[in-house]
Design a protein around this ligand. Structure first.
Ligand SMILES: Nc1ncnc2c1ncn2[C@@H]1O[C@H](COP(=O)(O)OP(=O)(O)OP(=O)(O)O)[C@@H](O)[C@H]1O
Ligand SMILES: [Mg+2]
Length: 389
């Protein structure tokens, strides 16, 4: 075990020798005959856990000496040995914290032994606490640094994600527009060739008309893409009034009845008495319509869709749209609300990003549960149920 150092200062040689004899087994004993000598030792030997001194010494008293040790060795435990004179100076020294204990002269071996033991314990405790404190401080600083790094990394990530999504968006727009533009160019080229013929063959007019029709169709496709994009990019206007969600769904199903029959699927609504909510009915209709349409497109003949409305908590409603369609992989679910994300040949991929914006503007949420191969459930929660009456 480590031997702690004790500095003992006394002008009496006998005492110095006796002290060394008593404690050298347990401690590393440093001796000094005067305060001056003690200070020199301290300068070369720190840290010294315990400084113990006689009070009555020529030139420098014990209390004066201890006072001077405070700067050189602030962590040391200071003990003074004195007779019953100088009591007031002693009391002051103890009260101001310069001295930890005093021992009366002549010392009692047992008392001195116990005092030194306690002093060492107290020193260790202080050291330990300081170590802990430093450790805590270091950990705190580390945490602070990690937090800063994380913030910087997150910032970079957001920037690069933004760039990536603008890139994806641009390439999808280009991709979407390339097909109709190519169709238009081809149609024009055919027309030009026909017009350049010196003699117009039979059926010339008919062929021109077909080509023009084709060009017109491609222009319509390009136009739709641009219109959808504008709709998405424009600041959507919202007009909040009372909306009856059950009625909205009924209207959508009526509108889609032909599509449902063609797709050979069944759609079953289950309405609860949910009253009205404060919402933009036309936008909510647009959102629900998009989700239902996606569901229909995801299913093969024989598929079923269930639409449920219900109260949710105290002041919200929940619309659940469940289909038995192709489902989505995790990656598809993550990209679902991304503009222009589509897995369909003729899809534009704006439907769900518009849904997201509409529900968000209403302070609602969309939860998705989807399994590839077995189907998808959309759960829309909207706040603001009014009482049914
Ligand atoms: N109910 C569903 N089942 C399976 N996949 C779905 C479902 N709803 C959406 N998806 C997936 O999410 C993609 C994005 O849907 P979104 O409605 O945004 O675009 P889209 O239907 O492809 O095109 P459009 O802009 O014409 O609606 C779809 O292409 C499809 O892969
Ligand atoms: Mg869609």
């Amino acid at each position: 075990m480590e031997k702690y150092a004790i500095l003992y200062v006394d002008d009496d040689h006998e005492n110095l020798r006796a002290f060394r004899r008593l404690f050298r087994k347990e401690y590393q004993i440093l001796l000094a005959e005067s305060g001056e000598e003690g200070l020199e030792l301290l300068q070369s030997q720190s840290p010294i856990p315990i400084i113990i001194t006689d009070q009555r010494m020529p030139e420098m008293t014990g209390i004066e000496f201890l006072e001077k040790t405070r700067e050189l060795s602030p962590d040391s435990i200071r003990i003074i040995i004195t007779g019953f004179t100088d009591v007031q100076a002693l009391i002051d020294a103890i009260n101001t914290g310069r001295v930890y204990r005093y021992i009366t002269k002549p010392w009692d071996e047992q008392e001195l032994y116990v005092t030194l033991k306690r002093a060492i314990e107290s020193y260790e405790l202080k050291q330990n606490n300081e170590r802990l404190l430093k450790d805590l401080q270091r950990k705190h600083e580390e945490l602070e640094r990690s937090y800063q790094h994380l913030q910087e990394a997150q910032h970079k990530l957001i920037q690069s994600e933004k760039l990536a999504s603008i890139g994806r968006l641009a390439s999808r727009i280009a991709h979407e527009l390339r097909n109709p533009i190519q169709g238009i160019r081809m149609g024009i080229e055919l027309l030009r060739q026909e017009l350049m013929e010196p003699n117009h063959p039979e059926g010339f007019q008919e062929s021109c008309r077909t080509n023009l029709q084709h060009i017109d169709q491609e222009i319509t496709v390009a136009n739709t893409i641009v219109k959808d994009l504008l709709e998405y990019a424009r600041d959507m206007k919202f007009d909040f009034t009372e909306a009856d969600v059950n009625e909205i769904i009924d209207g959508i199903l009526f509108n889609l009845s032909e599509k449902v029959t063609d797709a050979q699927i069944t759609v079953t609504p289950h309405y609860s008495d949910i009253g009205t909510i404060t919402a933009d009915g036309i936008r909510i209709r647009q959102a629900i319509m998009n989700i239902i349409q996606n569901g229909i497109e995801a299913m093969s003949p024989g598929g079923t869709m269930t639409i449920t409305t219900a109260s949710h908590g105290d002041d919200a409603i929940r619309i659940t749209i469940q289909d038995t369609g192709c489902g989505m992989t995790d990656e598809q679910q993550q990209r679902l609300f991304e503009p222009f994300f589509t897995t369909k040949e003729k899809g534009v991929g704006l439907g769900m990003s518009i849904v997201h914006r509409i529900i968000e503007t209403h302070g609602g949420t969309i939860d998705i549960d989807s399994t590839p191969g077995s189907g998808t459930t959309f759960m829309i929660t909207l706040p603001g149920t009014m009482s049914p009456e």
